[in-house]
Design a protein around this ligand. Structure first.
Ligand code: ATP
Length: 448
């Protein structure tokens, strides 16, 4: 099934409207690295905040953590990353391009048709040196996942949080993978952000909790506006499971290049705690307060990518519509994700309008991410706000200083209501929370 939007259109909108720029662009860019611009950084913060709210704030059984990117190298030996975090790599004997063997069909180079080498295993971890001496003893790795920082702190968190199992530990942070074939914009990059929970449960209850988390995570994307028909679940085949996994589901999204992984939810069994206990010599088990039973917990891991989710949110929200015989591009983003919640737009840059418009801006900006724009025609300013997904525009016109009222325009329905400036923030807050936008109130309010 072809997706409705080309990736090129998304890349171009992201550049044009300040969501995402190529990294080091003035030097010609750096492959697979991207920078988030003023709109992108807001959207990214909102994605992370929405995740944190659902996964930590709204729950009694999950706490947060923020661990360092560089860790003791023993961590990666224990976790299996030094031996097994590899992809099979083949190289073209003619043009020397390198490919992930499982991404190439047949034995010919997809670029030039040249002969490919036999696959060899390539470790995806970035290696660097800690301290001033470069040598075997100073090798450290940039973490390829945030999960291991959680496992090695299991004991610290359980004893200090005074929580019982089942208990989740959540972390958002940068991860690094020296991917052989990055690409598709921010879908696969070498530096990205993970949002992960390690959910520790009693062995035997793990399958139930895996089902629970698969459903929870699927519903999270739907609640934030992703269309159900663009999401699907895929269980990993036995031959596909990672070395640590007992079972795993991918939530896949219909990206422009086809169905691809958005998030993985794995049953990691007791692999990680057992390995770290063995390699560190520290016991990592849990004693049930009631039964007194001691066991090594099993772990369910919902692991999502911030950047990849953000890309899916933009693609799913993207639309081109005909409005009053004009084409408009609009991002129908869920208001909680929209970078700007409300834009203050004086009808024109006129000295009669500016002071009141600035006053309205000052009133709103402590409460919401607010934009102020008085350049160009009002129509063009609406188009710009539509393209960045701003749910509400507040227009100040020549009547506003008389009646102390402004017009709010809603992004999706284009309905407009007239409300008094006094209490404007309350109206916007209610609308952002989903209160119906009823255009009939326009006239009701005016008549008062
Ligand atoms: P893929 O097979 O797509 O490379 P993976 O199965 O290795 O991904 P996981 O280790 O399960 O990925 O990581 C969980 C999530 O982290 C992925 O579903 C994705 O959203 C994100 N992610 C993983 N690798 C990358 C990457 N290189 N760039 C951007 N996001 C990534």
């Amino acid at each position: 099934m072809p997706a409705k939007v080309d990736m090129d259109k998304i890349v171009s909108l992201c550049k044009r409207r300040g969501f995402i720029f190529p990294s080091s662009e003035i030097y010609g860019g750096l492959a697979s690295c991207w920078d988030y611009g003023p709109m992108g950084v807001e959207l990214k913060r909102n994605v992370k905040e929405a995740w944190w709210k659902t996964m930590v704030q709204d729950r009694e059984d999950v706490v947060g953590l923020d661990t360092s990117i560089m860790m003791h190298p023993g961590v990666w030996a224990a976790s299996g990353h030094i031996d097994s975090f590899t992809d099979p790599l083949v190289e073209c004997k003619s043009c020397h391009l390198r490919w992930r063997a499982d991404a190439v069909e047949g034995k010919k180079c997809p670029q030039c048709g040249g002969e490919l080498t036999e696959p060899r295993m390539f470790n995806l971890m970035f290696k660097t040196f800690m301290g001033p001496v470069e040598g075997e003893g100073s090798i450290v790795y940039l973490r390829p996942e945030t999960a291991q920082g959680i496992f090695v702190n299991f004991e610290n968190v359980v004893t200090t949080s005074r929580k019982k199992l089942p208990l989740g530990i959540a972390q958002i942070g940068k991860s690094f993978r020296n991917e052989i074939t990055p690409g598709n914009f921010i879908f696969r990059t070498r530096e990205f952000e993970h949002m992960e929970v390690e959910y520790f449960v009693k062995p035997g209850t793990d399958e139930k909790w895996l089902d629970y988390w698969v459903k929870e995570r699927f519903d999270w994307y739907v609640r934030l506006g992703i269309k159900k028909e663009n999401l699907r679940l895929r269980q990993h085949g036995k031959d596909e499971l990672a070395h640590y996994a007992k079972d795993c589901y991918d939530i896949e999204y219909l990206f422009p290049m086809g169905w691809s992984e958005l998030e993985g939810i794995a049953n990691r069994g007791d692999f990680d705690l057992t390995q770290h206990a063995k390699c560190s010599g520290k016991e990592l088990s849990y004693r049930d307060a009631e039964g007194g039973e001691k066991y090594v917990p099993y772990v369910i891991e919902p692991s999502a990518g911030v950047d990849r989710s953000l890309l899916a949110f933009i693609i799913d929200a993207y639309d081109e519509e005909e409005v009053e015989a004009e084409k408009r591009t609009v991002l129908h983003l869920n208001p909680s994700l929209a970078p700007i919640k409300v834009a203050v737009l004086p009808l024109s840059r006129n000295e009669k309008l500016t002071p009141l418009a600035k006053e309205v801006f000052k009133r709103l900006c402590p409460n919401f991410m607010t934009d102020y724009d008085d350049s160009q025609s009002i129509g063009r300013r609406y188009r710009r706000q539509d393209e960045i997904g701003t749910p509400f525009c507040v227009t100040i016109d020549f009547e506003s200083s008389e009646d102390k009222q402004v017009t709010i325009r809603e992004r999706d329905s284009l309905a407009q209501i007239r409300v008094s400036i006094e209490g404007l923030e309350k109206v916007i807050e209610a609308k952002l929370k989903g209160e119906a936008f009823d255009a009939s109130t326009l006239w009701a309010t005016r008549e008062k």
